[in-house]
Design a protein around this ligand. Structure first.
Ligand code: GRG
Length: 318
């Protein structure tokens, strides 16, 4: 897997090369900054569920991984413009360094290159990736519409993260299955794994925003509250004993002191524990989806990723 991910790195940098050196520089910025590469890792691991040994990934699985990471990157470029974020992956955000206009165009460029790669993998993958970009936009616009809404429902939250996060993780796994040419039921199991994992992943991300340090996150903590994005731990706290007090603090822009007070209230409530329990449930569902698949290093790797996700957030919140 390490060698496969190294191939992803070279292919990512190759994919964003343009005749315009300035565009190449901006489009490469967050690639060289790092990132966990969960989506390409899942595409490759999903394709590897068709193999009995841990041989090298096929070229198609690597290209699929590059395409999904480019969509993820494009969404980060646009997300950082929307949030006016200054830092991402521990470096200046693209918008902070080069301004919003360049960040939007470079994000579009990443999506264009992702689409080109997906087209090379066939009509099904190209259509799937295009539909997934649409799902990301749907999830994000729903979140935007609920900004600063203290009455945001839990159902509404789940609908938003389904689109903005779980859809791309599901598609990453689905593409791995498609390019490995596994039977339809196998592809569905992989997509179900990716979707459930993706739901758990966003719950964990939302807990970390409230409990982790800026260094661990690679961006400032408590950012969601400032943006008026009331995530599951906050919604649970709003519905609990401290709800009325928290409601008085939120509902509009907060200064640093109010933000920190709100974070303390969420940490003192059972909102974090309930959200981690929710993440555990989705991670279990993800693992269950793998039950029907043949034993393989790919299947073992995906199962281990689901376990690790929950263990890591439990440790961070302890
Ligand atoms: C243009 C594709 C496109 C979308 C426009 C802006 C937008 C609509 C959607 C934003 C979607 C978004 C940023 C969702 C959050 C997903 C998420 C959990 C990001 C963090 O992912 P990690 O932890 O980050 O995998 P790294 O940096 O490790 O890759």
């Amino acid at each position: 897997m390490a060698d496969d991910l190294q191939r992803v790195e070279s292919a990512l940098l190759g994919a964003v090369r343009s005749d315009d050196a300035f565009l190449t520089e901006i489009a490469s910025h967050l690639i060289t900054a790092g990132g966990k590469r969960v989506r390409p890792g899942f595409c490759i691991a999903a394709a590897a569920t068709a193999l009995s040994d841990d041989g090298a990934a096929s070229e198609e699985a690597v290209i699929g991984g590059v395409a999904v990471e480019l969509v993820h990157l494009g969404s980060l470029y646009h997300d950082d413009v929307m949030d006016e974020a200054a830092v991402r992956r521990n470096v200046d955000s693209v918008n902070a360094r080069w301004g919003n206009l360049n960040a939007i165009l470079a994000g579009d460029f990443l999506l264009a290159r992702a689409s080109e790669l997906a087209a090379g993998l066939g009509v099904e993958v190209a259509g799937l990736l295009a539909a997934t970009i649409g799902r990301l936009c749907e999830g994000q616009i729903l979140e935007l519409r609920r900004a600063f809404d203290v009455d945001r429902s839990v159902e509404d939250y789940y609908r938003s993260i389904d689109g903005k996060t779980a859809s791309l993780l599901a598609s990453s796994c689905r593409i791995g299955g498609i390019v490995a040419d596994v039977p339809a039921a196998h592809v569905e199991a992989l997509a179900t794994f990716g979707h459930s994992y993706g739901m758990a992943f966003q719950l964990v991300d939302d807990v970390l925003d409230l409990v982790a340090t800026e260094e661990q996150l690679g961006k400032p903590a408590g950012h969601d509250l400032e943006e008026g994005v009331y995530t599951l731990p906050v919604l649970y706290t709003l519905a609990g004993a401290h709800g009325p007090e928290l409601r008085d603090l939120l509902g509009g822009p907060v200064d640093e002191a109010a933000r920190d007070k709100a974070i303390d209230m969420v940490r003192d409530s059972d909102g974090i524990d309930l959200t981690i329990a929710g993440a555990r449930e989705f991670a279990d569902r993800a693992r269950d989806a793998l039950c029907t698949l043949p034993d393989s290093p790919g299947t073992t790797g995906l199962a281990a990723a689901a376990d690790y996700l929950v263990t890591s957030v439990e440790a961070a919140a302890a």
